[in-house]
Design a protein around this ligand. Structure first.
Ligand code: PLP
Length: 326
């Protein structure tokens, strides 16, 4: 079995190198930035897009523009949101989830216990990267409650089924395009919305966090592969979820396998040495806010090169996991 860590596509690397060599001086916005923003508008369906230099920059810009309390899942979302909200002195309210997965019932129950009127729900497309959130149902409910939906689509932008990262559903979409995200450029991020006022309120931050044309060129090119990559990664993960006995959120699509166990560090070490990945590590451990708050190991399928996820390798990954975990 030969597993490779995900890298930017060769065409993406070439597009970035070409932009780095471009010595032309452009008036106003660099053409590569314009190109990336126009492509992102097509993908999200929103009117306004700003490409910035990281996912955290996008989060800071959006949180800075929001006033009231912001709802976040009690686990399964990006921990940077908690730190940035703290830095900006924004009130967050954690809502109960089923191991990161939110439902309208759980959200309604939490709202019944909250005195304030939250302004927004800030949620990742995938709970712990392992389970698609029911974004449409949540967004319909939030619309009735006048709560904005902010979706961090770092793990699912370009979803060919348009359930995730869809601007017709979420009011604000943002994402990291760093490594090893779905749009895997090594750096960068973006914000997308129909709400001009969100961008206006943070215009100074948007200027401060602007992206280089090289990153923008990478995003514009890598977006061509995002839909296909998401499909391959989620299909491979579903295949493994169906073959492995005890996985969290077995029936839901995602790009990460989470396996509960009593001794995560030991199991993680065994998996790392058997799953021999060229490049970096794909095994992480829980409890932690970004995944689930209980003892488990994660096999981060999302970090693998989608092209190495053929049936033979998937059968071998499944055999290794079964052997070590059960
Ligand atoms: C879901 C999610 N959002 C945002 C970020 C932050 O992105 P960046 O590293 O580009 O600041 C990460 C980083 O891992 C993430 O997983």
């Amino acid at each position: 079995m030969h597993l490779k860590y995900k890298r930017a596509h060769k065409k993406t690397q070439e597009a970035m190198a070409l932009t780095a060599q471009d010595s032309n001086i452009y008036k106003g916005m660099h053409p590569q930035l314009r190109k990336a923003q126009e492509k992102l508008k097509i993908i999200t369906g929103h009117k306004h897009v700003r490409v910035v230099n990281s996912g955290n920059a996008a989060i800071m810009i959006v949180l800075n523009s929001l006033e009231g309390p912001i709802l976040v899942p009690d686990q399964g979302s990006w921990s940077g949101v908690l730190k940035i909200a703290d830095f900006l002195s924004k009130d967050l309210i954690k809502v109960e989830t089923d191991k990161g997965l939110l439902s309208v019932d759980l959200l309604e129950e939490s709202l019944n216990n909250i005195a304030e009127n939250p302004q927004a729900l800030f949620i990742s497309s995938l709970a712990a990267y392992t389970a698609e959130q029911p974004i449409l149902e949540l967004a319909n409910f939030c619309k009735d409650q006048e709560i904005l939906v902010v979706e961090d689509a770092s793990g699912a932008i370009g979803d060919p089924e348009k359930k995730l990262g869809n601007g017709k559903i979420s009011n604000i979409i943002l994402a990291s395009t760093g490594s090893p995200k779905l749009v895997n450029v090594g750096s960068g991020g973006f914000i997308s919305t129909d709400k001009q006022e969100i961008l206006d309120k943070s215009s100074l931050l948007i200027r401060s966090f602007r992206s280089s044309p090289i990153i923008a060129a990478g995003i514009a090119q890598e977006l061509e592969f995002a839909g296909d990559n998401y499909k391959k990664l989620s299909q491979a993960t579903s295949y493994l979820k169906n073959r492995i006995k005890e996985v969290i959120h077995q029936k839901r699509s995602g790009t990460n396998l989470i396996l509960p166990c009593s001794d995560p560090p030991r199991r993680a070490q065994e998996l790392r040495s058997s799953l021999n990945v060229e490049g970096k590590n794909i095994i992480t451990i829980c409890p932690r806010y970004d995944r689930i708050e209980e003892r488990a190991v994660c096999v981060e399928i999302k970090n693998l090169d989608p092209d190495c996820l053929n049936k033979k390798n998937l059968r071998e990954i499944s055999a290794v996991i079964t052997d070590i975990m059960f």
